[in-house]
Write a protein that binds this ligand. Structure first.
Ligand SMILES: *Cc1c(COP(=O)(O)O)cnc(C)c1O
Ligand code: SF4
Length: 370
């Protein structure tokens, strides 16, 4: 397999700005076909896809991890679109978590009393075909503006009950260092006590983005903890490059936690998940959540039945130490919030594919299998 992953040279590091880095992104069918021969379903996506769909983007590094000879390769399934994405089940929505209804200001989501999420940019280095925030991701909202940030900061000053902020998107690391540190600086001026969670998939899909200089600057904003949240979905994403990026954070005192998405045909079996979780612990990343797929349009082919997720939870609990065991959870539709997936919150079936749950606040909400 031809490997074209490499670290950025010094000039590229200095000039790193989204847009100047196009050579690192596969964004067209032609470019993709230099890596893999498309299957019929993949080809149909390119023929049928319309406006507004989540576009194709894969870093050349992440594409180099795909086994070309395996059409069911778990890396490929996460990033190469197929025609199934264009099928929408009636039960699916573009915003099942009702994030828009929970936004006091654009880009600010306040669903849980003590923590908020900020959508810093709508770019990602690689677009995941299972993306749950596709109403926002790659929709030309670009990077948060100074005015938007000003409103967010006033809100934070008025809401001291907010103790944590998730910097997310898209991906907050798809912004130049200069702009990202301006944003963090502004947040720190309003709330030096705020715990920041840097939620990024760049460590897995574009680890060359992280370097010593970035880490050193980030460290200077640690008046309160800055915690790194990664998304590794398969052990094969843990490479020399991504482990190195992780080690730069770990060795400089940034705790790392991982959120995996449970994906059909990618990681929906015991041994794949056990290997992934143990490998994460071995590079000093704590498995935090394993998420059942959200009821988002066009992701039905990647979601599993709830019963399988509950079974997996039991299988993992039997095989993993507490350190390696993530909380298996589902983020319920209608803005119901996250609930752990184990039998105690599950009230049972109310139809062939309909499952009834009790949320943490006692609400009754249904989830429908794909
Ligand atoms: C998931 C999420 C959080 C963080 O929840 P934790 O359970 O603390 O990880 C915060 N805000 C929003 C909107 C979320 O979706
Ligand atoms: S990194 Fe996150 S926001 Fe970006 S495409 Fe993947 S799931 Fe969506």
């Amino acid at each position: 397999m031809q490997k074209i992953c490499r670290s950025l040279d010094e000039t590229e590091k200095k000039e790193y700005i989204i847009g100047k880095m196009n050579t690192h992104f596969i964004q067209t069918k032609d470019e993709l076909e230099t890596y893999i021969r498309l299957t019929e379903d993949e080809n149909s996506w390119f023929e049928q896809v319309g406006e507004g769909a989540l576009p194709l983007r894969i870093t050349t590094y992440f594409a180099s991890l795909i086994d070309k000879d395996d059409p069911a390769d778990p890396i490929r399934r996460q990033v190469v679109p197929t025609v199934q994405e264009l099928y929408k089940a009636g039960s699916e929505s573009d915003d099942p978590l009702e994030e828009v209804d929970h936004s006091p200001y654009p880009r600010l989501i306040h669903r849980y009393t003590n923590r908020v999420a900020l959508l810093v940019s709508d770019y990602c280095a690689t677009y995941c075909r299972h993306c749950f925030r596709r109403r926002f991701t790659a929709k030309k909202d670009a990077v948060i503006t100074s005015n938007e940030l000003q409103n967010v900061c006033s809100y934070l000053e008025d809401h001291i009950e907010v103790k944590e902020m998730l910097l997310t998107g898209g991906d907050p690391l798809m912004v130049s260092n200069e702009r990202l540190f301006q944003i963090i600086q502004r947040l720190r001026e309003s709330r030096p006590d705020l715990i920041l969670r840097l939620c990024t998939r760049v460590i897995a899909t574009f680890p060359q983005r992280i370097d010593e200089q970035f880490i050193a600057t980030l460290k200077s904003f640690s008046t309160a903890p800055i915690v790194v949240m990664t998304q590794f979905n398969h052990e094969r994403e843990i490479t020399i490059e991504s482990s190195y990026a992780v080690s730069l954070f770990a060795e400089n005192g940034f705790p790392l936690f991982n959120q995996t998405v449970l994906l059909k045909g990618v990681n929906d079996d015991r041994s794949t998940l056990v290997s992934l979780m143990n490998a994460l612990v071995s590079i000093k990343v704590k498995p935090y959540y394993l998420f059942q797929g959200d009821m988002v349009e066009g992701t039905g082919h990647l979601r599993l039945p709830i019963e399988r997720a509950i079974e997996i939870e039991r299988e993992l609990r039997l095989s993993l130490s507490g350190l390696a065991m993530p909380v298996v959870a589902v983020d319920l539709p209608f803005g119901g919030g996250k609930v752990p997936l184990d039998s105690s919150y599950y009230l049972g079936k109310t139809g062939e594919k309909t499952h009834r749950f009790r949320t943490l606040t006692g609400k009754i909400i249904d989830y429908i299998d794909p």
